[in-house]
Design a protein around this ligand. Sequence first.
Ligand code: NAD
Length: 509
Amino acid sequence: MTELAAPPREAGTGVKRISHWIGGRTVAGESGRSGPVYNPATGEQTGAVDFASVEEVDRAVQAAKQAFPAWRALSLSRRTELFFRIRELMHDRQEEIAKILTSEHGKVLSDAKGEVARGLEVIEFCCGISELLKGGFSEQASTGIDVYSIRQPLGVAAGITPFNFPAMVPMWMWAPALACGNTFVLKPSEKDPSASVFTAELLKEAGVPDGVFNVVHGDKTAVDAVLEHPDLAAVSFVGSTPIAKYVYETGTRHGKRVQALGGAKNHMIVLPDADIDMAADAAVSAAYGSAGERCMAISQVVAVGDVADDLIEAIKQRIPKVKVGNGLQSDSEMGPLVTREHRDKVASYVENAPAEGAKIVVDGREGDAPRDGFFLAPSLIDDVKPGMKAYDDEIFGPVLGVARVSTYDEAVRLVNENPYGNGTAIFTRDGGVARQFQFEVQAGMVGINVPIPVPVAYYSFGGWKASLFGDTHIYGPEGISFYTRGKVVTSRWPDPATSKVDLGFPRTR
Ligand code: NAD
């Protein structure tokens, strides 16, 4: 195991410089632009990340373009072998990756390890690439004619990723892209960029050739350069809905294949027959885990019939037990939010709730949380309805709203009329109702007594409505399809019996 070089420090400061990774090595940014990276648990700036110019993005794309012919020609067995090595390395270095995640994102270490573990599942899936790329074959489609299909890589693909899963979401993209024979340029979130550089170093250590995986950091300038680059064939995006829409429209206008996953407002319906303790445990972990900064977080409970009072009481009882603290401390269960601005924005939804007609049951601004850093303790708000900002916006923080409705039909209508359609869940003991819910609910991922139904790696992940622009979900079988294009070969060989050379074939059969 080689030790990875420590990143250079800005002269005279404790702030590390985070640079691009192009052609298999660190490349210092030359644009003169950079952004701050914080430790959200202390509020201190720990890093400065270089922001790429259009030319720097081009350099990364050219490195990937150059690496493509040899990479796509590598046999499936060699690519598989490499993926097994990548899997082992990432697995062995899981703890280090998790610490990097905690230090820049803030999520608690156990959660960060969980993130790496879920990303590893996608890499494990990609170890089966030989099977996944198998085509079809029709012998004797017409007399003497065989027809077969193959799937080939697209060329250079790019990924643009959000701050909330700095290791896993990039894995959703680069792993299937590389496994399918594409080369890759990653533009990670500028808020927590170090995990991507560490990934690049590990891929090199595993034996991935230089130029196959590149990282450029930056903001809108870098994203636009990606979307407009003529040598990029495909773009995968995960982030907020307005940017997802922009990325989809701009990328497709420039002739690219684009999958753009957006934001969410995930509802959890609790029916009167549900196990209240089970539902309350699920609501607390799904709403406040990772400080609510998950696209599959539950942000809205829909309490049906007379379940509301008991359920709210059960959630309220549990909230003080959620230990809020620095993610590196082993007893912390919820860390800080990613930036001070985001923390303040999330807190404003709680502050404004009473004026909107909702009722604060637990106020996170007064909760037990460290004063340094960007902490906000869990909040619970009752009577949150459409038309209120606390309902209509994706808050993306530890704020759980509860809506009270009288019937199952009303609850489903609420979910279906919401513009987002990422995940949803129902809590009930009634299998027939659960089946009806799965049949009629308009969301891409459905949980039945499971609050965060993130699909396992051999299914694909994706929402409906404003949660996805494009038609392909990410990773799993749809990921393989996204990063390849089909080719169908129709072939006829001369009848060996007509050969001028005597092959020992009878003239007639
Ligand atoms: P974001 O949309 O602000 O940023 C995502 C990426 O887009 C980043 O790389 C960022 O640099 C870039 N970006 C930001 N503003 C841009 C602009 N004006 N023009 C071009 N590029 C721009 O999202 P975020 O705050 O990093 O992440 C949180 C959001 O991501 C939430 O909305 C969450 O629901 C969503 N998300 C969705 C999924 C999913 O699978 N659907 C998964 C994770 C996160």
